[in-house]
Write a protein that binds this ligand. Structure first.
Ligand code: PMP
Length: 338
């Protein structure tokens, strides 16, 4: 019998797929960890589960309690679904600029949604800081208390990747993995997998989108973001607690002009319908492959499913408005019969 007892048991153990186009282009084996196949369709189900389990074990989260979090979307979906399966309420604070599809999915997952303007972290109404204050309020007023998930600085997040994602990659490749790379949102995935795989001699790196400060922070100690990216869920301007104590072996910057053709090729050539951060990751893996030379095996993360970005990344009008190239197939209607 191979039956999962509940939703939590269905999180993780995602397949690793050979990305044929990127592998052939670089002469390396580029492998994608299919995190979009988690129940909430993203890598963040893992962090949600570890954060909730940790809060229960610490006695911070009581039966019927409320979980509050500020998120770009995917963590909110994960917390809401895992929360539902365990009898917790969820309140999610999101910057209003995130995709409508993610907001709809958060509501559909049973969470209450609070939208706030997209303002920097130093502003008290930034989604993360707002969610912390809301959690403090609800801890006093909600019937069974409330906790703040605090995914950026709660290291139960990266522990999910130290305990599970990293060891899964090692086992699935029979230890034949030379490199690992992904982008940073909270840093949980990059640092957690890195901390699990570096002791095995795997070179671990970060691919940073334009507009994020991580590349310059590690290179020069200063956060100096340049440009901007339409990708959601990634980009960071500080060393979060999840990144603390982790030293990447390799860093690269990836522009949308480089990442978008990769996402579109993954869909048209390999049938993988993914979000923009997966494009940054795969383009980063290709940069790392060129640096390491042919014959190496490099793993990256396919973070979430593309249907979450139909109104943006996969919308010709949105791409044109941003001055980004629109693939011909996306802008084409099927012929209508008379
Ligand atoms: N991609 C997407 C689509 C995400 O939502 C996130 C999480 N915000 C990430 C990548 C980055 O993951 P992490 O928080 O583990 O750095």
């Amino acid at each position: 019998m191979k039956i999962h007892g509940d939703l939590a048991a269905a999180i993780g153990n995602t397949p690793l797929i050979r990305l044929n186009g990127p592998s052939e282009t670089t002469g390396c084996e580029i492998l994608g960890k299919c995190e979009f196949l988690n129940p909430g369709q993203s890598v963040k189900d893992r962090a949600a589960l570890w954060i909730i389990r940790d809060a229960i074990e610490r006695g911070a989260l009581q039966p019927g309690g409320t979980i509050v979090e500020g998120t770009a979307g995917n963590t909110g979906i994960g917390l809401a679904l895992v929360g539902r399966s365990m009898g917790f309420e969820t309140v999610i604070v999101i910057p209003e600029t995130q995709s409508q599809e993610k907001k709809d999915m958060i509501r559909l997952s049973g969470a209450q949604l609070v939208q706030v303007p997209a303002v920097p972290y130093k502003n008290p109404n930034n989604y993360v800081r707002y969610s912390e204050r809301l959690a403090q309020r609800l801890a006093q007023t909600a019937e069974n208390g409330a906790i703040w998930a605090n995914q950026f600085d709660n290291t139960a997040n990266r522990q999910a990747h130290i305990d599970a994602t990293g060891p899964e990659i090692w086992d699935q490749t029979d230890g034949r993995v030379d490199g690992f790379i992904c982008a940073v949102g909270t840093g949980g995935t990059a640092a957690g997998v890195g901390l699990a795989l570096q002791p095995h001699g795997v070179k671990c790196g970060i691919a940073d989108p334009m507009g994020s400060g991580i590349y310059s922070l590690y290179k020069s100690g200063e956060s100096a973001p340049e440009g901007g990216s339409i990708t959601e869920g990634i980009g960071q301007g500080r060393i979060t607690a999840n990144l603390d104590g982790y030293s990447p072996d390799y860093l690269c910057q990836v522009s949308d002009d480089e990442a978008l053709p990769v996402v579109f090729d993954l869909l048209t050539q390999e049938g993988l319908c993914l979000g923009g951060s997966s494009g940054i990751n795969v383009a980063g893996a290709m940069q790392m492959a060129r640096e390491m030379g042919p014959g190496h095996t490099i793993v990256t993360i396919l973070c979430d499913y593309g249907n979450r970005y139909q109104s943006k990344l996969y919308n010709p009008a949105f791409l044109k408005d941003k001055g980004l190239p629109v693939p011909e197939w996306l802008d084409r209607d099927a012929p209508v019969l008379p």
